[in-house]
Design a protein around this ligand. Structure first.
Ligand code: FMN
Length: 318
């Protein structure tokens, strides 16, 4: 990896092109399995990604691609779970990112072919449960993150989890630049997990309307509510208004069931498709570069921050 970053999976946003471009730039790329409409589609995407990265590695032996990951929703409403898991096993996906449930049998199945499992959590209680299920790393989804975010400060959450967990920790929530990636490392995280910043890349599956709104929005334009998807998450205020709802007075009836939301089969204006999820980090997103350009920028900022920090702490070795 060129820098300690995972491009986080995003429903309806991440796709094979984003994943392979990130991996070629030395950043772990990932996507949500449910971004494909069925398990055969997932199988095809996995084949496409693996072939692309294998070709890249043959022609660029000095610049090997970072590994990639797939997000699996481990929840009773995900009827595709077993079939998707079989595709993941067949293709030996290097990193599996589980959310909503940490399942020992998934961890065992992935370990059996040599893969690793990272699990995302929003509080220390769930972190302990996932650690007990044997996952290889915990993704701490902190306050202000895009998607189903938590409410804890990264300082509080990370320190508490480090007390009982010595494996890999990934920090998520509002990380949009290389300086923040370096900060996450200094705080004690092993990797930074970046979602919202990657909505605005040329290759992303987000609509032009969503990308424009991300550029126009700041942290205060993000609403934290459970009334859109049924699970507390962050959504762009204006997209809630444009969907005909009042962001300050959302009714429970606007909830959609998690299973429906994840298959996105409704044609009405519903969660994720027309009500855009994004984190408070959108305040610093003001353009739509290519994935390669964004990764190069993150690396430049990260390297400069680390260098400046080291110079300050230990003095310039020159
Ligand atoms: C539009 C959007 C869709 C998301 N979809 C998923 C998903 O399908 N599965 C998942 O585990 N996390 C999902 N997330 C959460 C991200 O993987 C990640 O945890 C989060 O974006 C990190 O916070 P940040 O957006 O502030 O960088 C989504 C986030 C966004 C913004």
């Amino acid at each position: 990896m060129s820098i300690p970053v995972i491009q986080a999976p995003m429903f309806l946003v991440s796709n094979p092109k984003m994943v392979t471009e990130a991996c070629k730039a030395g950043i772990v790329g990932s996507f949500a399995a449910l971004n494909q409409r069925n398990s055969e589609g997932l199988d095809a995407w996995l084949r496409e990604i693996i072939e692309d990265l294998e070709t890249w590695n043959i022609t660029n032996p000095d610049l090997l691609a970072a590994p990639f990951g797939v997000n699996l929703i481990v929840h009773r409403t995900n009827s595709r779970l077993q079939e998707d898991l079989q595709a993941i096993i067949r293709h030996k996906v290097p990193i599996v990112i589980t959310s909503l449930g940490a399942a020992e049998n998934v961890v065992e199945a992935v370990h059996a072919y040599g893969g690793i499992v990272f699990h995302d959590v929003t509080n220390p209680r769930h972190a302990k449960k996932a650690a007990a299920a044997g996952v290889d790393g915990l993704i701490l989804v902190c306050a202000g993150a895009g998607g189903h975010a938590g409410t804890l400060s990264p300082f509080a959450f990370l320190s508490e989890v480090r007390e009982f967990y010595d494996k890999t920790i990934l920090l998520a929530g509002c990380i949009s630049d290389g300086r923040s990636v370096a900060s996450a490392r200094i705080m004690g995280a092993d990797l930074a997990y970046i979602g919202s910043r990657f909505i605005n890349v040329a290759e992303s599956g987000a609509s032009e309307i969503m990308k424009k709104l991300i550029i126009e929005s700041n942290a205060l334009d993000v609403v934290y509510t459970a009334e859109v998807s049924g699970v507390p998450g962050n959504f762009l205020r204006k997209s809630i208004i444009d969907a005909g709802l009042d962001p300050d007075n959302l009714q429970t009836k606007s909830k959609v069931e998690i299973g429906e939301m994840l298959t996105c089969e409704q044609d009405e204006k519903k969660a994720w498709k027309d009500i855009f999820s994004a984190g408070q980090g959108v305040g610093s997103v003001c353009d739509t570069p290519t994935t390669a350009e964004l990764c190069a920028r993150l690396k430049k900022e990260y390297d400069a921050t680390v260098k400046a920090f080291l110079n300050e702490m230990v003095g310039d070795p020159r």
